[in-house]
Design a protein around this ligand. Structure first.
Ligand code: BTN
Length: 326
């Protein structure tokens, strides 16, 4: 009920009477008052005035479940939200939940990760109170080789949400790093569990650098954050809700098509590598070419010097710019 109360207070922008809240949620005045007190304890400034009701005056900087849920406009994505102030890795927890029949659409969010995981066995830093670390549990009716496309869909959702909320020139470095001005803003790590030919669940882990200003020496030239790009801090819960809404829409389209045919145009418009030189790093083999965009299956089409085009599959290789990270 906390999320619903918050949503009502936020949307009203003014006093909402205790009576209205009781009627809306079919609970007693005491139950409403208890929820208000809990919210106040969590740092929400809620003014309570006799005969007027409650008014939201200030919200804490939090990504706790009630705050994220009170901003969600999705049908089933990120429902429910499971929040941890600190966890080893949201991906690790979401995978555990996948094994335990947790509902599809569950979103695990943490304020801080102590063992955040990145791609290729690297680590991923999520210090307290700064960034977004979240993992979405899905059970797609797809063959394992199609899962890398879902990761591209999440990259698009993050890029589109950042463009919508902050009008920043956010792009995608194939397959799914979200970048601004060639520097990495967000990384995505998808992990899956399969049974012979079918997928039983996948976890899409998304890490976004939001209000972080200090980066380790080795990342300074390749990483950035929203606060550094915008010059002001941003609300993490609002961004999570917006990413989830974008994702739900794109994912529905993707599932209906079974591939990226309808999303490919928008993805290619966001592609930072487009028409640029790329180095393809296949196991035991490196070559250069020009990236032309993705095909319906999310493969990167790379034109070689002799004019032929190679389709590069996201699962097996990595790609970087010839002169830098993008
Ligand atoms: C990358 O290396 O680019 C992928 C980084 C993915 C980080 C996110 S943060 C939330 C989720 N939990 C993890 O342990 N990793 C992912």
């Amino acid at each position: 009920m906390k999320a619903e109360i918050l949503q009502m207070l936020r949307e009203s922008g003014d006093f909402v009477s205790g009576q209205e809240l009781c009627e809306r949620f079919a609970v007693s005045r005491t139950a409403v008052w208890k929820s208000i007190q809990q919210l106040q304890k969590e740092g929400y400034q809620i003014e309570a005035v006799t005969r007027k009701g409650y008014r939201l005056e200030g919200v804490p900087d939090t990504v706790a479940a009630a705050e994220v849920e009170s901003r969600l406009r999705t049908q089933w994505i990120a429902r429910p939200v499971k929040y941890f102030e600190q966890i080893t890795s949201t991906n690790q927890y979401a995978k555990q939940m996948g094994e335990e029949d947790a509902p599809e659409g569950m979103l695990v969010v943490a304020d801080c990760q102590t063992k955040g995981r990145g791609r290729s066995g690297r680590s991923w830093a999520t210090p307290p109170g700064k960034n977004i670390a979240m993992s979405l549990l899905l059970r797609p009716p797809l063959a394992p080789e199609r899962i890398s496309m879902v990761t591209l869909v999440m990259g698009m959702a993050v890029a589109c949400a950042c463009r919508k909320l902050y009008a920043l020139p956010v792009q995608i470095k194939w397959p799914n790093d979200v970048v601004i001005g060639g520097k990495k803003l967000c990384g995505i790590l998808t992990e899956m569990s399969t049974e012979i030919t079918a997928v039983s669940y996948i976890v899409i882990g998304t890490g976004i650098n939001v209000n972080m200003t200090q980066f380790p020496e080795e990342l300074i030239s390749t990483a950035t954050s929203l606060v550094l790009e915008l010059g002001r801090e941003v609300n993490r819960a609002e961004l999570i809700a917006c990413v989830m809404e974008e994702f739900e829409g794109f994912y529905q389209t993707f599932l209906a098509d079974g591939d990226l045919r309808s999303l490919r145009g928008s993805y290619n418009d966001l592609l930072a590598n487009r028409d640029r030189g790329v180095r393809v790093l296949e196991p035991g083999h490196e070559y250069d070419g020009t990236a032309e965009g993705i095909d319906d299956r999310g493969q990167l089409l790379v034109r070689l010097e002799d004019g032929s085009v190679n389709a590069v599959y996201a699962g097996e290789v990595s790609v970087r710019g010839i002169y830098g990270y993008v």
